[in-house]
Design a protein around this ligand. Structure first.
Ligand code: PLP
Length: 277
């Protein structure tokens, strides 16, 4: 259980930050979650690009190359299993609690590595519930301030559902911690990238695989009512991969089982992972 904190490797229990750290006081930071399959960082360049976008989105100056990040993570990796890196960067410690940025800024950089536990719902399908998207207008930033996401996910869990599908102005955006795909009339549709969704790496991979496997797809707005005509609904993320939603708001989606487009996409997704390992 060795973790990385500000240039040092130490046991998790010994990794400590100040209560004055702006990550603790304000949620003033960003993070990344990067799958590592058999010691290989999955779509690593893409994760670094997204990290840099998040950092510049909160005006935090800290640029490291992919190679520098890789060197930081390497000592924590175990190629005998599937893992994920959690990386968090905050605006660091400041001597007093003040909303304005401190001067100088010394970011806190923390990384740890955990095992990926296969998500059972990936195979069986899950229930989901639609909820009002109460989040802010900068959802493209992977910010550690996740309070709205947490309340939405917990509301879903309280209703015996695995995920909340978020609704904004009559259309759906994404899940509380996932991107959204639907199949309508045999076409795969996902909302376009904007400030209203996190640009998921899994989402990008799925669109690439749809293209190379001749699965019709488009990026477009999805009205809430359109979900009633969806034969399939999926939610996607790095740690859970592609998860079919078989029941939405208490009603069966399609035939109430993971559908054929999911089966195909899951198969090519797994093959793609294998091909990189
Ligand atoms: N959208 C939100 C709000 C998320 O928190 C996540 C990741 O957990 C995703 C989408 C999926 O992104 P990725 O595929 O990069 O894990």
């Amino acid at each position: 259980d060795t973790v990385y904190l500000n240039g040092e490797y130490l046991p998790l229990a010994d990794a400590k930050v100040s209560v004055l750290d702006r990550g603790f006081l304000f949620g003033d930071g960003v993070y990344e979650v990067i799958p590592v399959y058999a010691g290989r960082l999955f779509r690593f360049e893409d994760h670094v690009v997204r990290l840099n976008n998040s950092l510049s989105g909160i005006r935090l100056d800290l640029i490291k190359s992919a190679a520098e990040w890789q060197a930081i993570f390497q000592p924590m990796l175990d190629s005998s299993k599937d893992q994920y890196i959690y990386l968090q960067i905050t605006r660091g410690y400041a001597p007093k609690r003040d909303h304005g940025f401190p001067e100088p800024i010394v970011p806190t950089v923390f990384a740890m590595c955990s095992d990926i536990k296969p998500f059972a719902g990936r195979v069986s399908g899950v229930k989901a519930v639609t909820l009002d998207d109460t989040r802010w207008q900068m959802c493209h930033i992977k910010a550690t301030a996740l309070l709205a996401h947490l309340l939405l996910r917990q509301e879903a869990l309280d209703q015996d559902c695995a995920e909340a599908i978020l609704v904004k102005n009559g259309y759906v955006t994404e899940g509380a911690a996932s991107n959204l795909f639907v199949v309508i009339d045999d076409e795969l549709i996902t909302p376009s990238k904007s400030n209203e969704i996190l640009p998921g790496i899994t989402r990008d991979v799925i669109l690439e695989l749809a293209k190379t496997n001749q699965i019709p797809y488009r990026e477009d707005v999805i009205a809430l009512e359109a979900l009633e005509n969806a034969s399939e609904i999926w939610v996607t993320s790095s740690t859970r991969e592609i998860v079919p939603v078989i029941e939405l708001d208490g009603k069966m989606v399609g035939i109430g089982k993971p559908g054929p487009v999911y089966q195909k996409m899951d198969q090519v997704f797994q093959a793609y992972k294998q091909s990189l390992a």
